[in-house]
Design a protein around this ligand. Structure first.
Ligand code: SIN
Ligand code: FE
Length: 329
């Protein structure tokens, strides 16, 4: 007999803006490589990138991942909006939207079971994979398809792999819309994820927090509840969408906005991020017109310079306004 739990309707939330599908292509399709080269998102099938991890589940990880500590975020709602702790002191009124705790893996599993039962909190484990990992997990890790991903890195002249992040989410968790300053292959291991993507051209529609704010790189817009009074240009949003299945790899180009939702199901989703540094574009030969991503990099640098020079985050807005108002507007 179906319970409330299992009969839960899996219908996806309907956004009031256009969403086109991210192309879904085999890893050896030349068009897939063209999209990556042109910094356009694509879902790749058949990469075998994390095939050696497709058997991972909570029990296997609990038995094999070792006894080190893992970072687990706890939220009172389904949103996990990232924040930078080092930027909190300049913002006395800032209240972190999630709690961060360190625990070993079996403590995480216990807490997870409790949260699944009570439904009061959501948990999201986000842990960089580098040390103190058990032998069998290391073996799985070494067996990732590094040949394929290294080839991509070289083909596209990316910098070195900076990190791998292990992500374990409860059903319904949402990583709020944001952009990263690195190239990212998001590999799906378990469960399904709904990914919304917006090109860097949508900067004005997504109203990122100031660079000095703990929520730097995050959008102030709530995509599930648009506030057109406060953020009128969010009415012009146009995005792309991909549903990731185990084995799929989503290329998230640097500076592309993304929001990731773990789709309702029983249990958890497991994913692994592969982040690659980008070369400083000023070191490359520059061609004009600049791309939007290059302009965003410049804007970030200038905003940071002004913030550092003024030494007071409250002066940044008025300073920039007097620089442009009536002169460049
Ligand atoms: C997620 O999968 O929840 C976040 C991935 C990302 O933002 O890179
Ligand atoms: Fe991200």
């Amino acid at each position: 007999m179906s319970t409330m739990e299992t009969s839960k309707d899996d219908a996806l939330y309907e956004y009031p803006f256009e969403l086109t599908d991210v192309p879904r292509l085999s890893f050896d399709d030349p068009q897939a490589n063209r999209l990556i080269a042109n910094q356009k998102p694509v879902v790749l099938t058949g990469t075998n990138l994390v095939n050696s991890a497709l058997h991972w589940d909570l029990n296997y990880l609990k038995d094999n991942i070792g006894n080190s500590l893992f970072t687990v975020y706890q939220s009172k709602n389904r949103y996990f909006r990232y924040y930078e702790p080092r930027k909190i002191p300049q913002h006395k009124d800032f209240k972190p939207p999630t709690l961060q705790a360190e625990m070993n893996f079996s403590e995480f599993v216990d807490k997870l079971k409790e949260c699944q039962k009570t439904g009061i909190h959501k948990l999201y484990l986000q842990q960089l994979l580098f040390q103190n990992i058990g032998e069998r997990i290391i073996k799985d890790f070494i067996s990732f398809n590094w040949d394929w991903i290294n080839q991509q890195k070289n083909l596209n002249r990316w910098g070195p792999l900076s990190s791998n992040l292990l992500l374990i989410a409860m059903a319904g968790n949402i990583t709020s819309v944001h952009y990263d300053e690195q190239q990212n292959f998001l590999a799906q291991v378990r469960g399904r994820k709904r990914c919304l993507l917006f090109s860097p051209e949508q900067f004005e529609c997504l109203y990122p927090y100031p660079i000095h704010h703990p929520h730097d790189r995050q959008s102030q817009v709530n995509l599930e509840n648009l506030n057109l009074k406060k953020f009128p240009k969010s009415a012009d949003l146009e995005g792309m969408q991909a549903i990731l299945e185990p084995g799929d790899v989503l290329y998230i180009p640097v500076y592309w906005w993304h929001q990731i939702e773990s789709l309702p199901q029983n249990g958890v989703t497991i994913s692994i991020n592969f982040w690659y540094k980008v070369r400083n574009f000023l070191e490359e030969s520059i061609t004009y017109p600049l791309t939007t991503s290059q302009k965003i990099a410049i804007m970030r640098n200038i905003e940071k310079m002004i913030t550092d020079a003024l030494g007071n985050v409250d002066e940044v807005g008025p300073f920039m306004q007097s620089m442009v108002l009536g002169r460049y507007t």
